[in-house]
Design a binder for this molecule. Structure first.
Ligand code: DC
Length: 221
């Protein structure tokens, strides 16, 4: 379905800058944007609100089937779950950690597959996640694996939180990021890994503009 519509996938660990870079590329190209992490995070909110246990795979799958999710356009699209704006709730570290726990379940990932593929619409799509180039859009024409050192990712996140007036320990943050990476890499279903045909971009010592330009250059190669 829509296999000829161009897709650029950006996979990689939390804090590598995928969100900022993907949105900027989508804007520059006039393409659609899929924040697949937001779909998984919205499910985590739904699980919390319904009081479903994180071990109850069937219960989580049921919620994944039922959840009514939409994105409202904007620089950072608002996430609307069952009529409520949950944009603030999904960005917390707690939500990120719960999300990576429910994202290990194969049946949950299977249920969310179609929802993600529906974003492939003309004139093109920029898809941001962990398994965009390996599973969801394995036939994408342009694939990037964007990474940065765990230390650099933790300090970027620390700075972002500080700007929002939230003071957390940098060491604690680095530890959480490493734990989350481990869970995402070690899960048996659709683990975070670089697709064989992806281009590796390490953003540790690059500016956002440099990363964006490197990705856009793929379209001309
Ligand atoms: O990209 P993010 O930080 O919003 O992702 C939150 C969690 O969701 C991440 O720890 C793993 C999971 N996730 C996933 O398993 N597959 C995706 N395509 C996107 C996110």
């Amino acid at each position: 379905m829509g296999d000829n519509i161009p897709v650029m996938t950006l996979d990689g660990p939390a804090g590598a800058g995928k969100g900022t870079v993907s949105r900027a590329i989508a804007k520059a190209l006039g393409w659609h944007y899929l924040d697949s992490g937001a779909i998984y995070r919205a499910l985590a909110v739904s699980v919390q609100d319904a009081g479903v246990s994180l071990e109850d795979i069937d219960g989580i799958v049921e919620l994944a089937k039922r959840m009514n999710l939409s994105f409202e356009s904007g620089d950072v699209p608002a996430v609307i779950l069952d009529g409520h704006n949950i944009s603030d709730r999904i960005t917390t570290e707690v939500c990120g950690n719960i999300t990576s726990k429910i994202a290990v379940y194969g049946p949950v990932r299977q249920t969310l597959l179609q929802k993600q593929r529906e974003f492939r619409k003309a004139p093109g799509l920029v898809a941001d996640g962990r398994d965009m180039g390996t599973v969801v859009f394995a036939n994408a024409q342009f694939k990037v694996f964007l990474t940065a050192s765990a230390q650099e990712r933790a300090s970027r996140r620390h700075k972002q939180l500080k700007e929002k007036g939230i003071d957390v320990s940098l060491t604690g943050l680095a530890k959480e990021i490493e734990e989350r990476d481990r869970r995402d890499i070690e899960r048996s279903v659709a683990p975070m890994k670089m697709a064989d045909d992806a281009v590796l971009v390490d953003s540790s010592d690059m500016s956002i503009e440099e990363v964006i330009n490197r990705c856009l250059a793929l379209l001309d190669s």
